[in-house]
Every structure is written in C-alpha cells, then in structure tokens.
Design a protein around this ligand. Structure first.
Ligand code: PLP
Length: 387
C-alpha cells in the first residue's frame, strides 16, 4: 500500500508554499510587535503589511488602497454583502445565484429574514448562469448583486465581466466571490466593473485565517467589523501580520504560476478526467467542460455513493471530496448538483478532484490505475445495479 498522501482536494484547502512559510517565520517570535504601536519595534511591521497589500493588488490589477485584509473568504463575503446592503438602506432586493458557497447563501438568507427579497438565479444542466434572468430581475430596488467567479464544486467559471457590466449599467453594486478563481485566472480589476471581490489565502498556498476584500474606490460599504481604526477604519481588529505577509507572498507567487495552472495543472486534470471517464462505465462529467477552472474535475460515478468512493480512495492515500454531504443521517446531494438538475443516482456518486501545481503525473497515473477497481468493487455491492 502506498503511504504517501496524494492530495486532490485543493479546492478545500492548499498546502502552504515553502516560500510563504519562510516569509512568515520572522513575524512570530522576532517581529511580533503590534503595527499600531507608537514604538519603533511595533510600528516597523506596518511596512510589511503595506508590502503585502501591494503584492495582493499586483495580482488583482488594482490599487493597494482598494485592498482590505480579512480573516478569509467567509469574512470577506459577509463584509461585502452586509456592508453593501447597509449602505443602500432604501433598497430591498439582493440578487445571487443558487450555486453560491454557503458563505454567500447563508448571508443572503439572513438578509431575507430581515424583509429583503432575495433572488437566487438558476443555472442550466452544465452549471452555466442564466444572464437573461439576471437582466429581468435587476431593478431600481436592487441593493446589490453577488455572484461567484468560479464554482467550488464544479469549477464552472461564470462570465463575471459581462455580469459586472450589466449590473454596473443599472448603478447597482456588484460583488463576486472569487475565492476559487484568484490565482487561477488572471484579473485586471482596474479595467473591470467589479465593485467588491473576495479572496481567501488558504486556497492559494497561503495559510488559513487570512483573506482580503477588494473594494473599488468610491464603492460605498458600511464597515462590518467595528472596533479600532485598523485598515483605515474599514475592518477593525489587530492585524494578522504573519498571515498577511504570507498572503502577500502567495499572491506574488500565484502571479508567476498562473501560466503553469493553465498548462501543467490543466494537463494533469485533463489526463485524470479523460482516463476516468473512459475507464469507468456509467461515469459523467458535471459542469461546463469548456468554461472551467483548470484544476477542477467533478465526475459522477452512477449508482454508487460518493462517501463510499472517498473511503476506498482514502485507503490508497488519495484525498478527494464528494458532492453530497451527510447531514443528520440523510444523504442529501449538494445544492449545486440539485441546481444543475443532476439525476439523484448520479449526484450521490459525484466526486471532486481538485489539483494544484504540487501534483505530479505519477500521482495521476496511480489514481487512474486504482479508480476503476474501486468503482467496480462498489458496483458489486450496489442495490441499484442489476447483477
Ligand atoms: N467561497 C468559496 C467559493 C469557497 O470555496 C470557500 C471555501 O471553500 C469560501 C468562500 C470560504 O472561504 P474561507 O474558508 O476562507 O472562509
């Protein structure tokens, strides 16, 4: 049995890059001062925060003053949605999509409990957004629109620039959850209609617990975290200096690796996907094959349970994730699979493989060799397969 872990769960989290860890180290035991302190020892850390702000801004193509550091994707999403809604008190509608991450959907549903109308736009069977529906539902009562850049389960990329243009033409604030897209798709926010954008460090080889929110100059949002005057009064709380320094370095590295994501990582993903679809009977791809993140593949193996597949993959040291969540004893297919209308028997057996630049061809070949065996073994036991 193979002892080394093969990690194909990079949309869940990524390993911290060695260069990122090295950059962070001095900020734990040597340069541990509070950036807000009056003394030189503390104050000197603030220039490292400024450097990180520039590194993040460079990756996104925006001005450093437009970056607010947060604790991660969830906080950025919360801050953007709550902040934009609070800044438009006379408007009572929020538009989102049915396939957002819970960090967006849960906030929208809470907003709904406060008397707002929340519109959840649908997707087609390939997970593509219905822009016509967006156009129809946008009106003068819309406080903000929040639609993800790329889906975490399928990797499907939405036409965000087109969406931003449409929303902006109606004078409405537009937020995008780009947690899965940053570092994989090149962006130039200075030329974009996006007003607010969320990113998360641990999805791009920085540590967990740090992220950022891009706020386009002039966009009105009410601060979400109140307290001290950090981040120019836009996000209170003593800065996570090591995390911020790590995020900056990870963004600098990501800018240099986007090409590799779209060549080497994509090649490995395609090799894995093509072989699994060819070698495993009754398997199907979930999501638009063309407009997809280069690292993500979501495949349904019909008539068997995703959880069972994951357990057997785990025995071979292979980490992936499943599209169904076992909540309170009932196996519910994910909201994304349901929104796409993936049949029940397929949604249950959906597995997400998400790669990174640290994966190798040998790992892909090993998985290709093991997977048909796993699928056949489970099909033998499946009550849905005629024997
Ligand atoms: N948004 C998307 C699309 C995600 O995939 C995730 C994490 O999986 C989040 C938001 C939440 O980010 P974080 O884990 O940094 O809070």
């Amino acid at each position: 049995m193979r002892m080394r872990t093969i990690y194909f769960d990079n949309n869940a989290t990524t390993r911290v890059a060695d260069e990122v860890l090295e950059e962070m180290k001095p900020f734990f035991c040597k340069l541990y001062g509070n950036p807000s302190s009056m003394h030189t020892f503390g104050g000197q850390t603030s220039r490292h925060i400024s450097k990180a702000r520039e590194q993040v801004a460079n990756l996104l193509g925006c001005d450093p003053s437009e970056i607010i550091f947060t604790s991660g994707g969830t906080e950025s999403d919360n801050a953007a949605i709550r902040g934009a809604v609070a800044a438009a008190p006379n408007k009572r509608k929020v538009i989102t999509s049915r396939v957002e991450h819970p960090a967006v959907l849960s906030v929208c549903r809470e907003v709904e409990n406060h008397g707002y109308t929340v519109v959840e736009l649908g997707v087609d069977k390939s997970g593509r957004l219905d822009i016509g529906e967006l156009e129809e539902r946008l009106d003068d009562d819309t406080a903000m629109v929040t639609i993800m850049y790329a889906n975490n389960e399928t990797g499907v990329i939405f036409p965000i620039e087109k969406v931003a243009e449409l929303v902006g033409s109606r004078g409405v604030v537009f937020h995008t959850d780009a947690v899965q897209a940053v570092g994989k798709i090149s962006m130039n926010l200075s030329k974009s209609g996006i007003d607010l954008l969320s990113l998360s460090g641990h999805k791009l080889h920085a540590p967990k617990g740090v992220g950022a929110l891009y706020v386009r100059k002039g966009t009105r949002i009410a601060p979400f975290m109140l307290g001290g005057h950090q981040e120019s009064g836009r996000r209170a709380g003593t800065e996570n200096v090591p995390g911020i320094v790590g995020l900056g370095k990870a963004c600098e590295l990501a800018a240099g690796h986007i090409e590799e994501e779209n060549t080497k990582v994509k090649y490995l993903r395609d090799k894995l996907e093509d072989a699994l679809l060819a070698k495993c009977a009754d398997s199907r791809l979930n999501g638009d094959k063309k407009n997809r993140l280069p690292n993500t593949s979501n495949i349904s193996f019909e008539f068997i349970e995703g959880e069972a597949i994951l357990l057997l993959l785990d025995k071979f040291g292979i980490c992936a994730s499943s599209g169904s969540a076992c909540t309170s004893g009932s196996l519910e297919p994910s909201h994304v699979m349901r929104a796409m209308g993936v049949p029940f028997t397929a949604a249950h057996g959906s597995i997400r493989f998400s790669l990174s630049r640290y994966n190798t061809e040998e790992e892909v070949d090993y998985t290709i060799a093991k997977m048909p065996q796993i699928v056949n073994q489970l099909r033998e036991l499946s009550p849905f397969v005629a024997k």
